[in-house]
Design a protein around this ligand. Structure first.
Ligand code: ATP
Length: 236
């Protein structure tokens, strides 16, 4: 993808059956790194599922001015990729095989080049290409999941809690990867529980509570805001 994505989410509603988690949610996801923060159950994962066609949605979602399709494979073809919560790798397949599966929509002739690009971007994975994904550490598996999503060269990459369960050093590494991807021109939308570290690498942030937007703005300002300091960082 050569053009960065600009995703406009207008009056989005989504939920499970009759239970609406999100109502009238409006977000403007511009090129760069945007983080969505909020406590458990705020609706962060629900937002990513709705944007990826995994659950039905209401409202308008525009990707670079064009209505986002409803079906997941069409959304992927439109240039959006998701790294789901819990990574969802194939543990019995090798790293290389997991990456190949990430390129299922890429024309066959282009796949070797994409794989080479993945190994250039994630040198640690080249050494591990033939290791079974299930035998890697949590941080390494998260890296495979990100590399797999990047195989289709998305314009917009979505990450659902990439730092979940990782040691502090790996958290920094994964958030650094998200930052690099954004700097290289892929718009990144990331859900995180790690508020302080996420705001330190992000350009902008949104804070959700019980499905509602309670704060938004440049990450630097959010990090200093009363809402964030009192609820998440422990005001001092
Ligand atoms: P977490 O960090 O815990 O994942 P979250 O902000 O991602 O939190 P969601 O997973 O989006 O929150 O959940 C929002 C609400 O939707 C919660 O009340 C949750 O119980 C509910 N919910 C999530 N998944 C389902 C489902 N499959 N069926 C019914 N309700 C669901």
């Amino acid at each position: 993808g050569s053009t960065s994505a600009h995703l406009k989410v207008e009056n989005l509603s989504a939920g499970y059956g009759a239970f609406l988690v999100l109502r009238d949610l409006t977000l403007d996801i511009r090129p760069g790194l945007t983080v969505v923060l909020g406590p458990n159950g705020a609706g962060k994962t629900t937002l990513l599922k709705a944007l990826n066609g995994l659950i039905p949605r209401g409202g308008n979602v525009l990707l670079n001015g064009e209505e986002l399709p409803e079906k997941t494979h069409e959304i992927v073809q439109a240039g959006m990729a998701l790294v789901p919560e819990g990574r969802q790798l194939f543990p019995q397949l090798t790293v290389a095989e997991n990456l190949e599966l990430g390129g299922w929509l890429v024309p066959k002739a282009e796949r070797p080049q994409r794989m080479e690009q993945a190994f250039t971007n994630f040198p640690k994975l080249r050494e591990r290409a033939s290791q079974l994904a299930g035998t890697m550490s949590g941080g390494e598996q998260q890296m495979v999941a990100v590399a797999r999503a990047m195989m289709c060269a998305p314009r917009l990459l979505m990450l659902d809690e990439p730092s979940l369960g990782l040691a502090p050093k790996m958290v920094d590494e994964l958030l650094g990867i998200a930052r690099r991807i954004a700097d290289a021109g892929t718009t990144v939308l990331m859900v995180e529980q790690n508020v302080k570290k996420a705001l330190a690498v992000a350009d902008r942030g949104y804070v959700l509570e019980r499905g509602n937007l309670v704060a938004s703005g440049p990450a630097k300002l959010l990090a200093r805001s009363t809402v964030i300091r009192e609820a998440y960082l422990g005001a001092d």
